[in-house]
Design a protein around this ligand. Structure first.
Ligand code: KG4
Ligand code: ZN
Length: 336
């Protein structure tokens, strides 16, 4: 069974073809650089970029997969959460294909797609598990009871971790996107780094909050001269990164313990962070947990993960109607 995946929920336009839910035949991602000078995604620009690139991307994806459009058995498309204008581009495109080819359409929750990035890459991974989705727009801790059965344990109350990385990188005069820049420069710090507060919220709470940390970095920087800022940049980056990673690691371990699972997984752009991966890897060994992490191309937004989730739902004979809408605030626990 060949499933075409389409993802346009934010600033990545992506088209992929996967075979039998497991084999990636093509996975083409276009990251929109138009937002770079604004230090964040501009929704209207994102929609316009999606419109321009989606058709050429489909052609490239089919060529790479060495198949024709007629061979596709089903079309999976992200229908939320995300930017409404961006979601609508992918959705309308997918509906057109579904209608003209006479092939089933399935709307996929973007966060379920991220969860499936680990199922796609690690076929041996079977639920139950605890999964942490960390990106520029999300910070969601999920108990995956089974494929398709999710319980949200916690989410961010303000900034997502990727958003905090991007904002702090900006005040540190680093490059956009901020996550990779901070990850990189933090490795130059040869001390413990500057100590910043960790926001744990109330005991037993799995929600996250990162905006206070961002403010703490801004206040710290406001007291430094330009020379001191330059001198301390790497250790400020390291201290900030440590504060985020400490909270993420602590909460995923506690959630695994509370839900008596032996497997944990991370996904989303921030899952590329080298310190997060390193810390989770050593803590998982210490706690006797098995850690699953997707390779970098499957961490950031992509359509292979959407096609993988689509395959799962199509196999269960689920399909979406052609009047399927875009849901900017779609919850993982909600089926459309
Ligand atoms: O999943 P993604 O590609 O798109 C969203 O759905 O947001 O994630 C992008 C986010 C950006 O905020 C970027 O700064 C962050 O992931 N990111 C990282 C790293 N690589 C990307 N954050 C920390 N460390 C990294 N190595
Ligand atoms: Zn994402």
């Amino acid at each position: 069974m060949l499933v075409l995946g389409i993802e346009t929920s934010c600033d990545e336009t992506a088209v992929a073809v996967i075979k039998d839910g497991q084999k990636i035949l093509s996975n083409v991602v276009f990251s929109q650089w138009v937002h770079k000078k604004y230090w964040g995604v501009v929704p209207e620009l994102a929609s316009r970029e999606h419109i321009k690139i989606i058709l050429p991307l489909l052609t490239t994806s089919l060529e790479e997969a060495k198949i024709s459009l007629k061979q596709i058995d089903g079309i999976a498309v992200t229908c939320g959460p995300g930017l409404v204008g961006s979601l609508l581009i992918g959705l309308c495109f997918a509906k057109g294909l579904s209608y003209s080819l006479g092939k089933p359409l399935i709307g996929i929750n973007h966060l379920e797609g991220h969860i499936f990035s680990n199922f796609l890459e690690h076929p041996e991974l079977l639920p139950p598990l605890v999964s942490l989705i960390v990106s520029g727009g999300h910070s969601t801790l999920v108990y995956v009871k089974d494929k398709g059965e999710y319980k949200i344990l916690g989410r961010t109350r303000d900034d997502a971790p990727g958003e905090a990385f991007d904002k702090v990188a900006r005040i540190l005069d680093l490059e956009y996107p901020g996550g990779p820049s901070i990850d990189w420069i933090a490795q130059e710090c040869k001390s413990e780094g500057v100590r910043f507060p960790r926001a744990y919220l109330e005991e037993g709470n799995f929600d996250f909050s990162f905006s206070g940390l961002k403010t703490a970095v801004a206040i710290y920087l406001s007291r430094l001269s330009p020379q001191e800022k330059e001198k301390q940049r790497a250790c400020i980056a390291r201290g900030f990164q440590d504060a985020i990673v400490d909270v993420l690691v602590d909460k995923i371990l506690k959630a695994a313990f509370e839900h008596k699972v032996s497997q944990i997984a991370i996904a989303g752009g921030v899952a590329n962070n080298s310190y997060l991966r390193e810390r989770l890897c050593s803590e998982a060994i210490k706690e006797g947990l098995k850690l699953y992490v997707p390779s970098p191309i499957l961490c950031t937004d992509n359509a292979a993960m959407i096609a993988a989730a689509g395959y799962f739902h199509l196999q269960r004979c689920e399909k979406s109607p052609l009047d399927l809408n875009a849901y900017p605030r779609l919850s993982l626990e909600q089926r459309v």
